[in-house]
Ligand binder design. Structure first.
Ligand code: C2E
Ligand code: MG
Ligand code: MG
Ligand code: MG
Length: 294
């Protein structure tokens, strides 16, 4: 046992336990080599416009293909990297992989859709954290308007006053910014007024079976959020959508986009290309057959 354990196994470990410390040490021992060996991969999960069920963007989600452990999902290693600061470099690595792909698509004459990347809170203490992102865009000659940062709602809460200027800096540099996981914590609608974000991503929690959506009150909340966002010219993206019923409901409620297994799972970049930029040029309308690898 090398301490990494299986995903199921990890859940049994108490955070303070020796096993969990060993697991964390194991991840830390491997991370530098993994970055050097290019064992981190960018997967893309399409975002679909509800109006026409075609791909209008994608989110970059990192995967770790460990030679011994196989595929590792972010929930296992991102929290460790957030504690030790390595996430700053990994986020930039993901961003560079995305820019490299966009450059290639542009060279091939594709009509490129914007890609979003997750931005860890670990970047924020550095007032110049955007600089390396801008440099990468310059290096690949990719317009920042094709890139979006996703910041989780809880960061916005913790930094209520100091974060608005950060988002304004992103806009100055040409990037867009969305609020991730909206509704997962103790959100307040007030935050929408304070944060100049371009989009909000309604958290998967809203749409879990047997959760708030099933009851009228839950629906009222979703509909109110969508309506308010519309008035503020903020786009809405519903995350974690798994059924066609949810798709129909969200379309009727006026939501702009969905991202979820119902249409497509996160997938390796070549798979995404086949789907978003098919030969012949015309995308098929999503049918609800959940394409992808995860
Ligand atoms: P997130 O940013 O909220 O990403 C959405 C997560 O929901 C992804 O999990 C995605 O696979 C999952 N998802 C999407 N649709 C569905 C669905 O219909 N059903 C279900 N059950 N799940 C769905 P993933 O890829 O495991 O990532 C988990 C979290 O790890 C992300 O949540 C994000 O917070 C973090 N993360 C992933 N990649 C990166 C990265 O490159 N940098 C940083 N800082 N964080 C990352
Ligand atoms: Mg995200
Ligand atoms: Mg999210
Ligand atoms: Mg999430």
């Amino acid at each position: 046992e090398n301490g990494l354990g299986s995903r199921a196994g990890v859940a049994f470990y108490d955070d303070s336990s020796r096993a969990s410390l060993l697991m964390e040490k194991n991840i830390e021992n491997k991370m530098e080599m993994a970055l050097k060996n290019r064992d981190f991969f960018v997967y893309l999960q399409p975002k679909y416009e509800l109006a026409n069920r075609t791909i209008a963007g994608a989110e970059a989600l990192v995967r770790w293909r460990d030679p011994e452990q196989g595929m590792l999902l972010p929930d296992l290693f991102i929290p460790v990297f957030e504690r030790n600061g390595f996430i700053v470099r990994l986020d930039l690595y993901v961003f560079e992989e995305v820019c490299r792909s966009i450059r290639r698509w542009l060279n091939e004459g594709k009509k490129v859709t914007p890609i979003s990347v997750n931005l860890s809170r670990a970047h924020l203490p550095d007032p110049d954290f955007l600089e390396p992102y801008r440099k990468i865009c310059d290096k690949y000659e990719v317009s920042p308007s094709l890139l979006e940062f996703e910041l989780t709602e809880s960061i916005m809460f913790e930094n209520f006053k100091s974060l608005a200027p950060v988002i304004e800096n992103m806009h100055q540099a040409g990037f867009t910014c969305s609020m991730d996981d909206f509704g997962s914590g103790y959100s307040s609608l007030n935050i929408l007024k304070e944060m100049p974000v371009d989009a909000i991503k309604l958290d998967r929690d809203f749409f879990l079976p047997g959760s708030k959506t099933d009851i009228t009150r839950g629906k009222s909340v979703i509909e109110t959020v969508i309506e308010l966002a519309k008035k503020l010219h903020i786009k809405t993206v519903a995350e974690g959508i798994e059924t066609l019923e949810q798709v129909d409901y969200l379309k009727a409620a006026g939501c702009d986009m969905i991202q979820g297994f119902v249409f497509a799972k996160p997938m390796p970049i070549p798979e995404f290309e086949k789907l978003a930029y098919p030969i012949g040029g015309k995308q098929k309308e999503a049918a609800g057959d959940g394409y992808g690898a995860c």
